[in-house]
Design a protein around this ligand. Structure first.
Ligand code: NDP
Length: 312
């Protein structure tokens, strides 16, 4: 009988319990403030786990993120680095992200904020219109989610480019690839909309800053669906004031929930959504956790285990 702990400093993890019990009726599930004997816990499912707790579980065999990213776990300075740390990789999650990113690009490129303002005044007013092929969308991070978004945007007809750490042997039709620091300038110079779908690592923290904004075409649109810490918030406001950026669509923030007094709220140039670009179904989290634990117990490495040296 597997013993699985659901650990978070910020989230009530009870919402995951029914899915785990459905997939494994005899599971020993531990959550809340009393975790019982710590030496019985085989696997930990985490979202911002209390720092140091994972290191205090002597029989732990698997650390499982309940999301695609693992930054909320690698932030623990006492993370047991010898254990496999797995993330969720799920086609449904990619479908959700595709829908959000296509919407974010289209609502800006087709001037939806102006139409909503006209509609509120009951004014029939046409905005200038150009075909998708004249709008260049750049995706920073061509991983599971970035590639899915690039393919979907190219299928609509946008001029899509992507940037990753390593060169890609194959890309979806209509997508141009760039990689590494040496090609970052060239990539950025052709992004009318820049979508950030990078993982948060020491290398990518603060990636979206004044220096980067200056390398985008004037009036570019920023979409951040990565993590809040990718963005230097003060630099975004300044780039919008200077007209270097024209708009931002943001789904992730350094402080979540975004405080009511935050300047992003109510700024007509910034569209805020509350970290909802996509979600992982609870049954996917339960299934992948139990599958990964079974693999680890057979001595195999799950394919969703991240490379801790790279940080993603
Ligand atoms: P992957 O690990 O599959 O892909 C990461 C991509 O980023 C890869 O292409 C990788 O390059 C690239 N990359 C990483 N570091 C660098 C770097 N230093 N320079 C250039 N490129 C780099 O991640 P996913 O696509 O699954 O997820 C991406 C992120 O999306 C998650 O980490 C999470 O933060 C965010 N997310 C947000 C959600 C939301 O609701 N807002 C929901 C789900 C995820 P290479 O291909 O060469 O390895």
């Amino acid at each position: 009988m597997p013993c699985v702990a659901l650990l978070s400093d910020v989230l009530d993890m009870h919402y995951l319990a029914p899915a785990f019990r459905e997939h494994c009726p005899d599971i020993d599930l531990r959550l809340g403030s009393d975790l019982g004997p710590l030496d019985q816990i085989d696997a930990a499912v985490c979202w911002f786990p209390p720092h140091g707790l994972l290191a205090s579980l002597p029989q732990l065999q698997l650390v499982q993120s309940l999301a695609a990213g693992v930054d909320h776990i690698t932030a623990d300075p006492r993370l047991p680095r010898a254990l496999p740390l797995c993330r969720i990789v799920d086609p449904e999650m990619a479908t959700g992200m595709k829908a959000y990113v296509c919407w974010a690009v289209i609502q800006h490129q087709r001037q939806m904020p102006a139409y909503l303002a006209s509609a509120a005044r009951r004014v029939w007013e046409e905005q200038p219109m150009s075909p998708p092929g004249r709008h260049r969308v750049g995706i920073a991070g061509l991983g599971t989610l970035g590639l899915a978004c690039a393919e979907a945007l190219a299928a609509i007809g946008y001029a899509v480019r992507g940037w990753s750490r390593s060169a890609k042997a194959e890309l979806p039709a209509g997508v141009t690839g760039f990689h590494g620091d040496a090609q970052l300038d060239e990539f950025l110079s052709g992004c009318d909309t820049l979508v950030c779908l990078l993982p948060l690592t020491p290398q990518t923290q603060g990636f979206l800053d004044a220096d980067l904004f200056a390398r985008l075409p004037r009036g570019a649109h920023l979409v951040n669906v990565g993590r809040g810490a990718h963005l230097v918030e003060a630099d975004l406001l300044r780039a919008l004031d200077l007209g270097q950026l024209s708009a931002a669509t943001l789904d992730a923030f350094t402080q979540e929930p975004l405080p009511a007094e935050h300047p992003f709220w109510g700024d007509p140039r910034i569209l805020v959504t509350p970290h909802i670009a996509t979600r992982t179904d609870t049954s996917v989290i339960a299934r992948q956790t139990l599958h990964n634990l079974a693999l680890v117990q057979r001595g195999e490495r799950p394919h969703t285990a991240v490379d801790l040296d790279r940080g993603y």
